[in-house]
Ligand binder design. Sequence first.
Ligand code: SAM
Length: 274
Amino acid sequence: MRLDVVTIFPEYLEPLNVSLVGKARARGQLDVRVHDLREWTHDKHNTVDDTPYGGGPGMVMKPEPWGEALDAIIESGTSGTEDARPTIVVPTPSGEPFTQEIAVELAEKPWLVFTPARYEGIDRRVIEEYGDHYDVRELSIGDYVLAGGEAPVLVMVEAVARLLPGVLGNAESHRDDSFAPGAMADLLEGPVYTKPPEWRGRGIPDVLLSGHHGKIARWRRDEAFRRTTANRPDLIERTDPAAFDKKDREMLSILGWGPGEDGRFGRVAPDVEE
Ligand code: SAM
């Protein structure tokens, strides 16, 4: 997979050299190219921002450097291969929420170009212009406002990179993750333990030492229900009840949850302590 990042703070992307993403780069699984937006400015101050039309506080990123940068990057990848088209990812708090589902979708693309902004964001015409020709995704990493899009790019790249074939040592590692599509969908992952079996007087649940795979799987699912009802009740509320088997329903009932008139599950009894 090829990843391009255009930024006015290339050094902010240094973490892409370490850990999982750094190793994937070293192994040739990821071709990461970080570009300085100011290379596509032509005045002596390398200006990338200007005052907003209509007034108001803050500055807006000018369209010309972004247009030249994106054209040059796209050109560098498309010459020779007609169907190599990037997906352009625009981090913005006003975008669609970035989720594991979107990470899975992006992990299937051959080429992502990220456009982390600063100031009040990028002149809207840039998004419209490239949106007419390419797949442009405006994505938010959460309901809060950061000073720039570089940290969101690090978040998204890491979420995507760990899904690429061969990047995680154990391909099964992300199967049971919170939010992973599959058996645990719509449930958060429960607690995990490792050796030693006792630490500061605290043991681990006996079932994990039982060697009984069925019981361990059930325990993990029950713990996932415990954690999800406590921390993200919205995930259970929106789940199609057909996804719950008899044992799931028993556990939900123990936790004070039951079906409402429409069959969907909601809290029917006061909070049960975790
Ligand atoms: N005025 C903008 C608004 O309210 O939508 C916020 C601009 S913010 C100060 C500057 C840049 O940081 C954004 O253009 C975006 O690239 C990035 N950014 C900030 N918060 C973000 C978030 N939650 N998700 C994704 N990108 C974010």
